[in-house]
Ligand binder design. Structure first.
Ligand code: FAD
Length: 479
């Protein structure tokens, strides 16, 4: 083989440590040698010295992106998960509240409240919520069975497997944020360093402790790259929240914007002219025109806009992502949705997310099946008890009070996202196999986007789906 033949090969983590792989890649910047030759000359000690000098000392932080870790976290609260999953450049898979069930002891008792006067109230509230959750499963299962009858020749187990998410999707409204979660995280050492700093700066002791644990286990794999991660006063200050009572109506706007039974989706910022700009960008790519010339062409001619849009999106297959030019069109959207839906929305890493603290101040939603299963009274009792506990705990420690807030309570969040991410989110989350609360958000968002950008919005693959209002009415009662 000559030195000029093409070579494609792995630097395998089975034989090289993550830090050594990162150095082997980093050294290609100055060394004429091939990667495997560079790697064979490296020891873990030499790699550590390289990172100390270049990544830590000199600030060449992107090198750390080549050291990738897989971290397993178990029996942490869903509230703690919010901080862990706030890192964009990472991958997560977590235990599903749609397909798995929790027992009455499966919740975190945070150190701050363990021996405090409110400790008993905290435990009793979580137990009440979990007892009500467990007691709701059988009646909700009956409702699911009559809605989705057993098919010919279907075993009991198979039938239950087919309909389980339908009734667990409703029962999960009772789960407080204190319940245990497991999450597998894959991320590189650069992201991890920031993730640890954020965790160590968090107002909750549980999250800070997880940050210490994550740093401890990460040091076994990347002894240099996360060694200096520590709490930041700036991040600590940003993480402080002071949730207060909501003074305006929950939507924060005029009565015409009042929340519906599932909350609401409000398009706060969008620019109708952005459609022409994205199409002009596409023409720059295909025709090489100057942007101003392409933009003039798009602004002056509806026919040219239609043709450019057809060119850009018309040939998309079922699994194709729309072209990047859609990223030139952005929206800011305020959403008020239940905490379960928020928890799913926050997984969309491409969007910019700002969320209000988790509180009981916006009220809670009531899934229609709670009434059909004759569970309204116990559901409301549990939700009201959670609110009472929330208020008492919030009086002493607002951040801590979030632990007792169940999935059914509404959460306010703001998403700024581009049209390409709108396509992804709406198409994925509007599908019949997605949770119904998230489907309402996705379908509503798609409608708002299509109103402002009818041309570029029209290729979203949402055929044969219900409109969000009928879905909302099917699944939620007006509280
Ligand atoms: C029916 C259903 C069931 C689900 N069940 C579970 C579950 O049990 N457990 C669970 O943890 N999650 C579950 N999810 C969430 C799901 O796995 C996604 O994390 C979530 O929908 C966010 O979508 P995304 O990762 O595609 O998109 P985003 O984060 O919004 O990213 C948009 C797109 O960017 C690209 N992208 C983003 N980040 C990366 C990356 N790091 N590497 C490569 N490409 C990237 C991908 O093309 C992605 O589609 C479920 C989702 C659905 C719809």
């Amino acid at each position: 083989m000559s030195g000029q033949d093409r070579r494609v090969y792995l630097l395998s983590p089975r034989t090289l440590s993550p830090e050594t792989i990162a150095v082997a890649f980093a050294k290609t910047s100055r060394s004429p040698e091939s990667f495997d030759v560079i790697a064979s000359a490296l020891s873990e000690e030499a790699s550590a010295q390289f990172h100390e000098r270049w990544v830590v000392g000199y600030g060449h932080a992107s090198v750390a992106e080549h050291a990738v870790l897989h971290i397993a976290l178990e029996n942490i609260s869903r509230l703690a998960i919010e901080c862990i999953e706030s890192n964009r450049l990472a991958s997560y898979t977590e235990k599903s509240t749609r397909y798995q069930m929790w027992d009455r002891t499966a919740f975190v008792v945070p150190a701050e409240i363990r021996n405090a006067s409110l400790g008993n109230l905290y435990r009793q509230t979580c137990e009440l919520l979990l007892d009500t959750y467990l007691a709701s499963l059988a009646p909700l299962r009956k409702v699911a069975q009559s809605a989705f009858p057993r098919e010919d020749g279907e075993s009991e187990a198979r039938w239950d497997g087919r309909i389980r998410s339908r009734y667990v999707d409703v029962a999960r409204y009772l789960l407080p944020s204190a319940v245990f979660a497991n999450v597998g995280v894959t991320l590189n050492a650069r992201s991890l360093e920031h993730a640890i700093r954020k965790m160590l700066s968090h107002p909750l002791a549980e999250v800070r402790d997880i940050g210490e644990d994550v740093r401890r286990v990460a040091l076994q794999e990347v002894p240099t790259l996360v060694k200096y991660a520590q709490a930041s006063p700036y991040l600590s200050r940003l993480a402080q929240t002071k949730p207060g009572p909501v003074k305006d109506d929950a939507s924060g706007g005029a009565n015409s914007e009042a929340l519906g039974p599932a909350g609401g989706v409000f398009l706060r910022h969008a620019d109708a002219a952005a459609e022409a700009r994205a199409l002009a960008a596409a023409v720059v790519r295909t025709e090489g025109l100057a942007y101003s010339q392409a933009l003039r062409a798009m602004e002056n001619s509806p026919e040219r806009r239609r043709a450019a849009a057809q060119d850009l999106l018309g040939e998309m297959g079922q699994w194709d992502h729309p072209s990047r030019e859609l990223e030139h069109v952005t929206y800011s959207v305020e959403v008020v949705a239940d905490q379960g839906a928020y928890f799913e929305a926050k997984r969309h890493r491409m969007l910019s997310l700002t969320s209000a603290p988790l509180t009981c101040e916006l009220g809670y939603v009531t899934p229609r099946w709670m009434a059909e299963a004759n569970l309204l009274e116990s559901y409301r009792r549990a939700m009201d008890a959670a609110r009472g506990a929330y208020q008492k705990i919030a009086h002493e420690n607002p951040a801590l009070a979030g632990y007792v807030v169940p999935n059914g309570y509404l959460r306010r969040f703001l998403m700024t996202l581009n049209l390409r991410e709108v396509y992804h989110l709406c198409e994925l989350r509007a599908r019949p196999n997605a949770h119904f609360a998230m489907r309402v958000v996705a379908l509503h968002l798609a409608e708002l986007v299509r109103q402002v950008h009818p041309l570029l919005g029209s290729w979203m693959r949402l055929e044969d789906l219900p409109d969000w209002e009928s879905l909302e009415a099917d699944y939620f009662l007006q509280s």
